[in-house]
Design a protein around this ligand. Structure first.
Ligand code: URA
Length: 209
């Protein structure tokens, strides 16, 4: 697939607008991120396969649908990815969690890995890599490559905002990995920030600026 799946649900769009506003407080930003990530998670899991399982209600036996296969893995690209995790885990509390520590070298804009921890059996699970901002896509491409190197073969990428340049580059690097995002903005600036964007997602959620 190429391009990205834009999640146009009115609640997602409304919350995203408040998050973009520079007047929104750290506390407000964090709360909205948790809320919006639940909605994004709902969309990224919309087509998960189901199996029928025999259960007994108080009235009768029935064949009822349940999620098929092993538990999902949410792979958070540190640190900003953690802002998406909380709301996603509220919706899918049984999900396993992987952490991928990458930071962006401010000079080269290239990702540098400093941490990786994931469940062993990634090859048997759907892995949803999460990072709020798909900007240059360097970190996202490296994070997805990392989970693939550890065996993942069914991967999706979920973000809040994307730049067209990032979407194109990611699609080229990982054509088998669909992108889900709440919006694709106008462009990247010379510092690798998404414009109009929302600023630095990590700083906005942790109040570090
Ligand atoms: N990371 C961010 O947090 N914001 C951007 O605009 C780009 C990358």
């Amino acid at each position: 697939m190429s391009g990205a799946n834009v999640i146009s649900h009115p609640l997602v769009q409304h919350k995203l607008t408040i998050m973009r506003d520079k007047g929104t407080s750290t506390q407000g930003f964090r709360r909205l991120l948790r809320e919006i990530s639940t909605l994004l998670c709902y969309e990224v899991t919309r087509d998960l396969p189901l199996v029928r399982q025999t259960i007994e209600t108080p009235l009768a036996e029935m064949q009822a649908p349940m999620l098929a296969g092993k538990k999902l893995v949410f792979a958070s690209v540190l640190r900003a990815g953690n802002g998406l995790l909380e709301g996603m885990l509220e919706l899918v509390p049984s999900a396993r969690v992987a952490h991928i520590g990458l930071y962006r070298d401010p000079e080269t804009l290239q990702p540098v890995e400093y941490y990786f921890k994931a469940p062993e059996d990634l090859h048997e699970r759907l892995v949803i890599v999460v990072d709020p901002m798909l900007a240059t896509a360097n970190s996202a491409i490296a994070a997805v490559q990392k989970v693939k190197d550890r065996g993942a073969n069914n991967v999706r990428f979920l973000c809040l905002l994307a730049a067209p340049e990032g979407v194109a580059k990611f699609n080229q690097a990982h054509p088998d990995v669909p992108i889900f995002t709440a919006a694709i903005d106008e462009k990247l600036n010379e510092k690798g920030y998404i414009v109009p964007g929302l600023g630095d997602a990590g700083d906005r959620m942790y109040g570090t600026k």
